[in-house]
Design a protein around this ligand. Structure first.
Ligand SMILES: [Mn+2]
Length: 323
């Protein structure tokens, strides 16, 4: 019997579940958490939802976000844990210890790097999002899709595929989404809300970032610089930082985009975006990490020193790719 089949059995048989998503909750982790939670509730199960972090404002319209708990759960051996979209237990933050003490941990994920820390692991790295995996499980459990489950899964899948633009988007992804649309959601309104609309504070901060734009290496590297002071004086939140770095990569001819965020006199956060380079390797050389086209690191030191070091590593990577 595969782990997937065993998981289906447990979901049918057991009655109490705690569902946990990862730190810095993103669209996939929140959407998967809500959809799985509502699906199990529709089967008459007793379900509680947990997230070790703040839910970004743009996702709070999803039904059920208000019931997500952020404090440490009380451990009870009768409760089955379902961990979603988390490649390793450290991603569970304050919930890590309570989860690891449980007898049954169901690990549902799509990250290639998943450490298979569950007692049952269903990890499918061909899935574009954990939301696709949750969709398959709910189908198998014969849970009928309603509008709120469909919206949660749409948010999960559309965010992890960059609105169906990233290379992880497959024919299967589109088939899943087709059945979500059949459940009656409005993709235009949802996408407007998740991808296009941003608070005015974001644009005020963007204005500052653009005015300081610098180009290097024959305009193949674009650099933006922001600081905590600039962010605070523009009224922007740290949520608003997310996304600004993407604009560096979107400039025509740019191969590598960098955003420096000066946290303090002794610490700088660096975000990398690329079109074809492996920036997870670049970030890795600087004690950071991430994905192939989107990665980052956090460096100690004053801004000028950090900037010179990062630009030196970046030039090296750009001029000798694959070496
Ligand atoms: Mn994901």
């Amino acid at each position: 019997m595969t782990d997937r089949a065993k998981i289906i059995e447990i979901l049918k048989k057991e009655s109490k579940f705690y569902l946990i998503s990862h730190m810095l909750p993103d669209g996939d982790s929140i959407g998967s958490l809500l959809a799985m939670g509502e699906g199990l509730q529709k089967m008459g199960k007793d379900v509680r939802l947990f997230a070790p972090g703040y839910i970004p404002g743009k996702y709070r319209f999803l039904e059920g976000t208000e019931s997500i708990v952020h404090e440490v759960l009380v451990n009870d051996p009768d409760i089955t844990m379902i961990v979603l979209d988390s490649s390793d237990p450290d991603r569970l933050g304050i919930f890590k210890d309570a989860v690891l003490k449980s007898k049954v941990i169901i690990n549902l994920d799509h990250h290639v790097t998943n450490q298979r820390f569950g007692s049952l692991n269903y990890v499918d790295s061909n899935a574009a999002a954990t939301g696709e995996i949750v969709y398959g499980i709910l189908q198998e459990l014969q849970v009928e899709l309603n509008r709120s489950i469909a919206e949660s899964l749409y948010v999960a899948i559309s965010t992890d595929t960059g609105s169906f633009k990233y290379e992880n988007t497959t024919p299967h992804t589109h088939r899943v989404v087709a059945s979500l649309l059949e459940a009656g959601l409005n993709p235009g309104a949802l996408s407007q809300r998740i991808f296009d609309e941003r608070p005015l504070s974001f644009y005020m901060l963007m204005k500052v970032a653009i005015s300081g734009l610098e180009m290097y290496e024959g305009r193949r590297i674009a650099v933006m610089t922001l600081s905590r002071d600039l962010r605070e004086s523009s009224g922007a939140s740290t949520d608003d930082l997310e996304g600004i770095v993407n604009y560096t990569r979107n400039i025509e001819g740019v191969e590598l985009g960098i955003l420096f965020y000066v946290e303090s006199e002794q610490e700088v956060k660096v975000g990398f975006r690329s079109k074809t380079l492996d920036v997870s390797e670049l970030a890795g050389n600087l004690n950071g990490g991430g994905h192939i086209r989107a990665a980052g690191c956090r460096l100690q030191g004053d801004f000028q020193t950090v900037k010179e070091r990062v630009l030196r590593e970046s030039r090296k990577m750009l001029n000798e790719p694959g070496v």
